[in-house]
Design a protein around this ligand. Structure first.
Ligand SMILES: NC(=O)c1ccc[n+]([C@@H]2O[C@H](COP(=O)([O-])OP(=O)(O)OC[C@H]3O[C@@H](n4cnc5c(N)ncnc54)[C@H](O)[C@@H]3O)[C@@H](O)[C@H]2O)c1
Length: 443
């Protein structure tokens, strides 16, 4: 007891300004005991390093898991918002019919925002879901969400891997369709963060399909595959009948896997599935990781741009497709998707399974793209032309769109010249370049 009392007393602060000599002496002796040998100091250092590492890994765990499941959802108010957003508002007896009720995944993304707006504008009900991850500037995703909110579209912040959230959404709304656009996009980033592709494009897809298959009624699913599934195929233009079993990147492999996975759910559970192979989509509110966007930013900031060139100095070419054309293709796919045939997770009969190319059928080389941007921006680019590294990019893409034309009435109408003009106008206005600058105002 006495020892304890002494220890307690030693822990009490002394009166400010008065140094207790003996106590100070005892403390110094204790400190000496602690740090006397190099071995003890080493142990202390080790202890500190371990504590710091534990703290940092805890933080990164919290960050990673919150990135995936940071959703705050539920409650009566939340359900009311979901129902209001999901309700079609087409006038009774309108030519287009009763109106769809669509769950759009990746709604705060580039294509997701445009499709959600277009659906809303023609009177369909739309609810979005997006995890607002940091693959590119989340403030752009939030600005898109604000735009959607101003048109009455509610976007839930959540991850498609969150099965409870998906089940809840289907409990609240009998969605007629799911437009699945959420994904980890980008070919090169797969070498940096392969797990994010598995998380969103494989695990997330299965989680979503599970929710769709369980829903009653089952929705029809329209989802974004990619032209990248053509991989090493070099027969042009790329047709849906061509080989897609030689992907050149992990991104492409996950999209190809998605086509097989959706086929399985179609076959076993009777889900109506339409896969859309988009070809390099561009336009206002686009993705900052894509070349046309980052070129614009660098050219305006006077920074060099890296232009890749294929083997034997062949220029890379892409079948750039303007966002409005893609949106029309997506909406036509929703409108023509046949019904799913399952109930209670069981198939009652065969359901449609379709795959379409959505491209522009007019490939343009990357140097031509740069020249168009230079003209609109009135700034010369500092080009750094380098050999294309083996990072999963393919030298060219070119879509055959006969099938989509025939079955969806798909007919792209925007040239790269016209589309880039609209993109540049948006870019300058969004990033505040054209305030008071006559040259840009005339664009
Ligand atoms: N833009 C193109 O050129 C292009 C070409 C081919 C295919 N695609 C495909 O089209 C779709 C839309 O592409 P985009 O250009 O709009 O990309 P985007 O990155 O702008 O949109 C995808 C959205 O999905 C969200 N998301 C990602 N993982 C999620 C998850 N696990 N849960 C919830 N939300 C998640 C992201 O936060 C993002 O907002 C993607 O599937 C993409 O792979 C796009």
């Amino acid at each position: 007891m006495r020892v304890v009392a002494e220890e307690e007393e030693d822990m009490l602060p002394s009166t400010p300004g008065k140094v207790k000599i003996e106590r100070a002496g005892a403390m110094t002796r204790q400190l000496h005991r602690c740090f006397a040998s190099t071995g003890t100091m080493f142990l202390w250092a080790l202890f500190l390093v371990a504590m710091t590492a534990t703290y940092l890994s805890f933080h990164s765990f919290v960050d990673t898991s919150s990135r995936y499941f940071a959703a705050s959802w539920g409650g009566l108010h939340w359900e009311r918002q979901i129902r209001a957003s999901a309700s079609p508002r087409r006038p009774p007896g309108s030519a287009e019919g009763a109106g769809l009720s669509v769950l759009v995944t990746g709604a705060a993304g580039f294509v997701g925002t445009h499709c959600s707006l277009a659906l809303r504008k023609r009177g369909d009900g739309v609810v979005g879901i997006d995890n607002f991850n940091k693959y590119y500037d989340p403030s752009l995703k939030k600005a898109r969400r604000a735009l959607l909110a101003s048109h009455g579209v509610f976007v839930v912040e959540g991850d498609i891997n969150d099965g409870r959230l998906l089940t809840k959404l289907f409990d609240v709304v009998p969605f007629t369709h799911v437009l699945h656009l959420a994904a980890q996009a980008g070919v090169r980033y797969a070498m940096e963060n392969p797990a994010s592709y598995v998380h969103s494009n494989i695990a997330g897809l299965v989680s979503l399909l599970e929710a769709c298959k369980e829903a009653d009624p089952q929705p029809a699913v329209v989802w974004a595959s990619s032209s990248s599934v053509y991989g090493l195929n070099n027969a042009v233009p790329f047709s849906e009948a061509h080989r897609t079993d030689r992907p050149a990147s992990l991104y492409a492999a996950t999209k190809k896997a998605g086509e097989e996975i959706t086929h399985t759910y179609n076959h076993i559970y009777g889900l109506s599935v339409t896969g859309l192979r988009f070809f390099t989509v561009y336009g206002p509110w686009g993705r900052p990781d894509m070349a046309y966007f980052s070129f614009t930013r660098n050219i305006l900031q006077g920074k060099p741009i890296t232009v890749y060139r294929g083997r034997d100095h062949v220029d890379l070419a892409r079948d750039f497709t303007y966002i409005d054309d893609i949106v029309r293709g997506c909406l036509a796919s929703l409108d023509t998707a046949g019904r799913s045939t399952g109930t209670g997770g069981r198939k009652r009969g065969p359901a449609p399974y379709r795959i379409f190319n959505l491209g522009n059928t007019a490939p343009v080389t990357v140097p031509t793209l740069v020249s168009i941007l230079e003209r609109y921006l009135r700034v010369n680019a500092k080009r750094n032309v380098v050999e294309m590294p083996g990072n999963g990019d393919v030298p060219f893409t070119h879509a055959n769109i006969s099938l989509a034309r025939e079955q969806l009435g798909y007919k792209p109408t925007t040239s790269l010249e016209m589309g880039l003009k609209k993109f540049v106008r948006w870019y300058l206005s969004y990033y505040g370049y054209n305030r008071g600058t006559q040259a840009f105002n005339n664009l």
